[in-house]
Design a binder for this molecule. Structure first.
Ligand code: GDP
Ligand code: MG
Length: 165
């Protein structure tokens, strides 16, 4: 991890509070899930080195430190972003209904010049699903987004989705 990366990508993470953004980053960076983790405070971003083909790539992953509760994520947060992740919780319909607003926020900030990954998290909890997979797929298709369902809890599709982005 001390070697110099060939590329650095800044990825920013948005979505309603409690959809699992911080848990996803923890799973991706540390391969761990910590239940009952308290709301994000203080930590702004983490860097994770990954191999993509023959390249050593540094992913600078920006988490929202609680501001998403107030929907007041600033333009500054999106500055120089190379990619955006919009996450909802597939066991919470309201978080999916908010995705359109998040997409507007993203578009205002970055236009349509960078790729966006739509993630439906908590697929491990299938029995409490409130958002059918087809709805996520359809929204992604309409808006030209990459789409995955994933689980920070089990690790399902965490690496795959981020590497795709
Ligand atoms: P954030 O506010 O978007 O950063 O969400 P957190 O990462 O703090 O997670 C909110 C709650 O959802 C916590 O209680 C987590 O333990 C739980 N959670 C996060 N990801 C998953 C998941 O993939 N599956 C399940 N079952 N629970 C999850
Ligand atoms: Mg958080």
């Amino acid at each position: 991890s001390l070697s110099t990366p060939d590329r650095l990508f800044k990825i920013v993470f948005v979505g309603n509070s409690a959809v699992g953004k911080t848990s996803f980053l923890r799973r991706f960076c540390d391969d761990r899930f910590s239940p009952g983790m308290t709301a994000t405070v203080g930590i702004d971003y983490r860097v994770k080195m990954v191999h993509v083909g023959d390249s050593q790539v540094a992913l600078q992953l920006w988490d929202t430190a609680g501001q998403e509760r107030y929907r007041c994520i600033t333009q500054q947060f999106f500055r120089k972003a190379d990619g955006v992740i919009v996450m909802y919780d597939l066991t919470a319909k309201q978080s999916f209904l908010s995705v359109r607003q998040w997409l507007s926020t993203v578009e205002e900030a970055v236009g349509d010049r960078i790729p966006v990954l739509l993630l439906g998290n908590k697929i491990d909890n299938e029995k409490e699903r409130e958002v059918p997979r087809g709805l996520g797929e359809q929204l992604a298709k309409e808006n030209n987004l990459i789409f995955y369902e994933c689980s920070a809890y089990s690790g399902h599709n965490t690496k795959e989705s981020l590497l795709h982005l």
